[in-house]
Design a protein around this ligand. Structure first.
Ligand SMILES: Cc1cc2nc3c(=O)[nH]c(=O)nc-3n(C[C@H](O)[C@H](O)[C@H](O)COP(=O)(O)O)c2cc1C
Length: 179
């Protein structure tokens, strides 16, 4: 019998307000195929999310998707990486016990010698606490917009915000992480 592929449908439904903070020098690493199914995970990833490698390999990366993450964040991510560009972003992740942890993620496309996209590689480190003070209320605003008017509403709100601050998405996240 083939193994069940875990996804966000298998994630805990009861959330806990219990944050686990990354160590200063730790890196959480995972690799996926082109569809976002996990092909590799390091020990720190397993320690943080509380799933085993047995559970993670083959699972959809959305197994650790936290409901406090606005959908627009993942749209920005996939639009970039599918176009062979790098994505940086702040992500709140859901642990198997219903708790959570924040990361500053870097996702890069893996390209073979013929230029074909063969998967993705992600390395996360501890996010700047000051950045999270900006990101947490911003993500709340984006989620509210999504509840009211779907992703087009959060996309419009986010676009306006970048315009008002005369910045781009990549500039915004990298300057926040360096705060
Ligand atoms: C290499 C790679 C790493 C990813 N890491 C995460 C992650 O740590 N947390 C997360 O919620 N989504 C991550 N994603 C995005 C998920 O694939 C997915 O788009 C997201 O969880 C939203 O899922 P949903 O659209 O099914 O709700 C990653 C995707 C890739 C390609």
């Amino acid at each position: 019998m083939s193994k069940k592929r875990l996804s966000k449908l298998d994630a805990p439904k009861i959330l806990k307000n219990d944050e686990r903070i990354m160590n200063e020098n730790d890196f959480i690493v995972s690799k996926t195929d082109t569809k976002g199914f996990i092909t590799y995970c390091n020990q720190i990833f397993m320690d943080m999310c509380l799933y085993s490698d047995e559970e993670l390999i083959g699972a959809n990366h959305n197994i650790i998707r936290h409901p406090d993450m606005p959908r627009i964040a993942f749209k920005v991510c996939w639009d970039l990486i599918q176009n062979k560009q790098e994505f940086f972003g702040f992500v709140k992740n859901l642990r198997k016990d219903g708790g959570y942890y924040w990361v500053f993620a870097d996702i890069t496309p893996s390209i073979d010698s013929n230029g074909n996209l063969i998967g993705y590689y992600s390395v996360r480190r501890k996010p700047s606490r000051k950045a999270l003070e900006v990101i947490i209320p911003l993500y709340k605003q984006l989620i509210d917009a999504e509840k009211r008017g779907g992703m087009s509403a959060s996309e419009a709100l986010f676009g306006e915000l970048l315009k008002k601050n005369n910045t781009t998405y990549n500039e915004l996240v990298t300057s926040l992480q360096n705060m």
